[in-house]
Design a protein around this ligand. Structure first.
Ligand code: FAD
Length: 422
């Protein structure tokens, strides 16, 4: 049996590694000269920046991605510093007076009455998660504390690149459940590239092939089944096609299927998917700016949602003695035309948060449309199957429920492999 994978991002490589280890002949086609998609490193002045991710795996060494990497024998080490997530609450931003509140004890900033309500809500919602409303709507019904909305926006902005008003409450509670189950984030030693390179090695060691600078221009379908792809005008037959480019772009590659009523229903669901947008500001520092390898959430900031300093876990991600600090901020869809202004506001935030510290901005990046933070914003994923038999979608355009970013990719790949291999 032959499988073709379109795209060598994390989801494509995870699928290729699993299928090539399960007896499939696998070929991966990537349009860029490099593999890894939005999960690989870019070296700038000796700092390991990235094409997308902030070198963080949301549930560290115990989460779904780590489990899948072990399952396919990818040689990756993921380390985490337990308990290292804080909310920086400013009392007086001008005079730089703040408290770093541990994420697990965020309730302590609220009044006694709100703390009691919160404890009750956390207990009851684990059994009966709320449905049919956004996380922000759910909060506004239960808590009368403006800081709670800022904290919710900081968490959703950092983890999902969305405002709390744009995420279904149900999805957020699934995410909390996974945080209880698997714990907080970790950093792969060597950064994102270490993960995608290790997977590419697995694919090649299993006899698979990865082609770069090969763009798939069409998915061939016959009688409602995917039978191969076209690259440079040449047909490449296959029994299975796995697309790593989201439902929207996958659909653009399928010709002559739109008249099928089932396909029309699918297209309506595809049209409702919105990618999540965001911006990243990368800092080079001569001293630690946050001093740990976890996350510093910044609910008081105008735009920045959170910051990490991965060199506290892997010092080799920066030149010797230096630190790599990355700040992430979500961009609301209506602000995409004003990205420069959004990034300027993020830079102002950092000037206040790190007042008096010695750092330099080495790169700012914005991510939207075809190179977004997530191809399908969390809560709007529509699953891994398509109406075309033998055509599956993996990656962050088809995440599993409650899966933050690459954990969602791993859950989606697991789901797809269960459908194909069992
Ligand atoms: P992609 O990376 O989208 O790869 C798809 C590949 O397909 C690309 O290489 C593309 O070139 C190729 N391709 C496209 N069209 C074709 C075609 N027609 N033919 C052949 N090839 C094609 N996640 C985390 O877990 N932790 C984080 O810290 C984190 N931070 C992030 C910060 C930012 C700023 C961004 C942008 C993302 C972040 N993410 C994070 C999300 C994470 O980076 C992505 O979810 C993940 O890398 C996406 O992987 P994917 O499998 O969907 O594939």
């Amino acid at each position: 049996m032959k499988a073709i994978v379109i795209g060598s991002g994390l989801g494509g490589l995870l699928s290729a590694a699993k299928l090539s280890g399960s007896g499939y002949e696998v070929e991966v086609f990537e349009r860029l000269p490099i593999t890894g998609g939005r999960f690989t490193n870019i070296d700038i002045k000796g700092y390991q920046l990235s094409t997308g991710a902030l070198h963080m795996i949301p549930h560290g060494p115990k989460g779904p991605l780590a489990q899948l990497l072990r399952e396919v024998n990818a040689d990756v080490t993921i380390e985490r510093e337990d308990g290292m997530a804080f909310m920086r609450i400013f009392e007086d931003i001008g005079n730089n007076i703040y408290e770093d509140v541990p994420f697990a004890k965020f309730g302590k900033v609220f009044s006694l009455w709100n703390r009691i309500k919160l404890a009750f809500l956390m207990f009851t919602t684990r059994k009966n998660p709320p449905k049919d409303r956004s996380f922000a709507e759910w909060l506004s019904r239960h808590l009368d504390a403006p800081l709670a909305y800022q904290m919710a926006d900081a968490f959703c902005g950092w983890a999902l690149s969305l405002k709390a008003e744009d995420v279904p409450a149900e999805e957020v509670f699934e995410i909390f459940e996974n945080l209880y189950r698997y714990g907080g984030p970790g950093v792969p030693i060597g950064g994102c590239k270490a993960v995608t390179d290790a997977l590419a090695d697995v694919v090649r060691n299993n006899g698979g092939t990865i082609h770069t600078e090969k763009e798939v221009t069409e998915i061939i379908t016959e009688d409602g089944k995917a039978t191969g792809v076209i690259i440079d005008g040449k047909q490449h037959p296959a029994d299975l096609v796995i697309s790593n480019i989201g439902h929207h772009y996958t659909n653009d590659l399928c010709k002559g299927v739109e008249t099928d009523p089932e396909y029309q229903k699918y297209l309506d669901r595809v049209k409702a998917i919105k990618p999540s947008a965001g911006a990243k500001i990368c800092l080079a520092a001569s001293e630690p700016l946050i001093g740990h390898g976890g996350v510093l959430f910044t609910p008081s900031a105008r735009r920045v949602n959170g910051i990490n300093e991965v060199t506290n876990i892997d010092p080799k991600l920066a030149p010797q003695g230096k630190h790599l600090v990355m700040a992430h901020q979500t961009t609301k869809w209506d602000r995409i035309p004003y990205l420069d202004d959004e990034i300027d506001l993020g830079i102002k935030d950092l000037e206040e948060i790190f007042a008096g510290k010695d750092y330099e901005i080495i790169l700012t990046q914005s991510h939207y449309n075809g190179w977004p933070v997530n191809r399908s914003s969390s809560g709007s994923d529509i699953g891994n199957t398509t109406p075309i038999a033998g055509l599956y979608v993996v990656g962050d355009g088809a995440k599993g429920k409650g899966g933050i970013e690459v954990e969602g990719i791993a859950l989606g790949v697991k789901n797809t492999m269960n459908l194909i291999l069992e």
